[in-house]
Design a protein around this ligand. Structure first.
Ligand code: ATP
Ligand code: LTN
Length: 334
C-alpha cells in the first residue's frame, strides 16, 4: 500500500509492432483502472532479449512502446512509466528468486514450450527463467494487482507460488499479487483465422490490425476479415469470425454483445464490418495523433524516462534491501 492506494504493476515486451489485441487486452485496461492504484508500467526490454534482437531495432521499439503507453492515456506524472533495464533491482531480485524456483515448475510453462518450439536454435537459459524475471518485476513493487491478457495467467500463478514459498521461509516479505483480466478484449483473435490469437509475430499482416495502421488500412482489414455464410450478426461460438468482430466493436465502443446484435439486426456483414473498422479508427486515430505529438518532444520524453526510472528505483530498492537482508547478505557499510 503506497499513498493509501493499492499497487498495480504491468509490462509489455518491446518486440514487434503492437496490435489491436495488445491495446484492447492490455493497454486500454491499464488506462481504465490507473487512477485507482499506485501504478508501475514497465517496458520490459530485459525480457525481450530472451529471443535474439537487433540492438538498434530494440532500442527504437522500446522508445516507441514507452511513448505509446503515454499516448494511450497514461499520464507519466501519475503513473511510473519506465524501462526495466534502467532499474537494476529487477535483475538482482530475479537472481535471488531463481534460487527459490524449481526446474519442474518452469518446465510446465506453456509459453516456454511454445517459444522453445519456435526458436529451436536458441533455447537459452533466459527463455527458461523468463517467468522468474517476471515474478521479480511484480514482487519488487509489492504489487497487489497485475492486469494482463489471459495468456499470462500461468505466469501470475508461478509468481504467487514463488512469493508464498519465500514468505513461508522468511515471514511476510512479499505481497501476494492477484491477476486482473479485463471484462472485454481479453482475447482478440486473428482476422484471418478467428481460432488463433491476434499476435504481433503473425506473418500475415492482414491477420492483425497494428496500432499505427492508417484508417484506410484498418477499414480494409476489417472488410476482409474471415467470417461465415450465416449472414446474421450473432454472438455465438459457431460464428467465431463474427464473434471476434463483435468483441472488437464492443471493446472499442464500450457496448455489450446484445446491444450490438440488436443494432445490426437484419443488416448485412458488409455494413457491420465497416462499422467495426470505423469503431477501431475512432479509438486508434486519437492515439496515433498523440503519439505523433509526443515524438516531436524529445526533451519531454527524456525527462519522463529519467525521473520515472529514479522513482521506480526508489520503491524497488526498499523491497530489494529487505530481501537481501532476509536471505543473509552482509549489510552495506556506509
Ligand atoms: P507475441 O505474439 O509476439 O508472442 P503478443 O502479441 O502475444 O506477442 P505480448 O508482448 O506477449 O504480446 O503481450 C503483451 C500484452 O498484451 C499481454 O498482457 C498479453 O496478454 C496481451 N495480449 C497480447 N495479444 C493479445 C490478444 N490477441 N488479445 C488480448 N490480449 C492480448
Ligand atoms: N510476459 C509478459 C510481459 C511481462 C509482464 C511482467 C506482464 C513481463 N513482466 C510483469 C505483467 C507483469 C507478456 O505480456 N508477454
Amino acid at each position: 500500500m503506497l499513498d493509501g492506494k493499492k499497487t498495480l504493476f504491468s509490462g509489455m515486451q518491446a518486440t514487434g509492432n503492437l496490435t489491436l489485441g495488445n491495446y484492447l487486452g492490455a493497454l486500454k485496461n491499464w488506462v481504465g483502472i490507473a487512477d485507482e492504484y499506485q501504478t508501475f508500467y514497465s517496458v520490459v526490454d530485459m525480457h525481450s532479449i530472451t529471443v535474439r534482437q537487433d540492438p538498434a531495432e530494440l532500442r527504437k521499439r522500446a522508445r516507441t512502446l514507452l511513448t505509446l503507453y503515454i499516448a494511450a492515456g497514461l499520464d507519466p506524472e501519475k503513473n511510473c512509466i519506465y524501462y526495466q533495464s534502467h532499474v537494476s533491482g529487477h535483475a538482482e531480485l530475479a537472481w535471488i528468486l531463481n534460487c527459490f524456483t524449481y526446474m519442474g515448475e518452469l518446465n510446465r510453462m506453456t509459453q516456454f514450450k511454445d517459444k522453445a518450439a519456435k526458436h529451436a536454435d536458441n533455447i537459452n537459459a533466459g527463455l527458461f527463467t523468463y517467468p522468474v524475471l517476471m515474478a521479480a518485476d511484480i514482487l519488487l513493487y509489492q504489487a497487489d494487482v497485475v492486469p494482463v491478457g489471459i495468456d499470462q495467467k500461468q505466469h501470475l500463478e508461478i509468481t504467487r507460488d514463488i512469493a508464498m514459498r519465500f514468505n513461508s521461509v522468511y515471514g511476510d516479505v512479499f505481497t501476494i499479487p492477484e491477476v486482473y483480466i479485463g471484462k472485454s478484449g481479453a482475447k482478440i483473435m486473428s482476422l484471418q483465422d478467428p481460432l488463433k490469437k491476434m499476435s504481433k509475430s503473425d506473418e500475415n499482416p492482414n491477420s492483425s490490425i497494428y496500432l499505427m495502421d492508417d484508417p484506410d488500412t484498418i477499414i480494409r482489414k476489417c472488410k476482409r476479415a474471415v467470417t461465415d455464410s450465416e449472414a446474421v450478426v450473432r454472438y455465438s461460438e459457431e460464428q467465431p469470425g463474427i464473434k471476434n468482430l463483435i468483441d472488437i466493436y464492443c471493446s472499442c465502443l464500450d457496448k455489450t454483445p446484445a446491444e450490438t446484435e440488436r443494432e445490426f439486426d437484419g443488416k448485412g456483414y458488409g455494413e457491420f464490418k465497416t462499422a467495426v473498422g470505423e469503431a477501431v479508427v475512432s479509438v486508434l486515430k486519437p492515439l496515433q495523433d498523440r503519439f505523433a505529438d509526443l515524438t516531436k518532444n524529445k526533451d519531454y520524453l527524456d525527462g519522463v524516462i529519467k525521473t520515472n526510472a529514479e522513482k521506480a528505483a526508489y520503491f524497488s530498492n526498499k523491497t530489494l534491501r529487505k530481501v537481501q537482508k532476509k536471505v543473509g547478505f552482509p549489510e552495506r557499510i556506509r
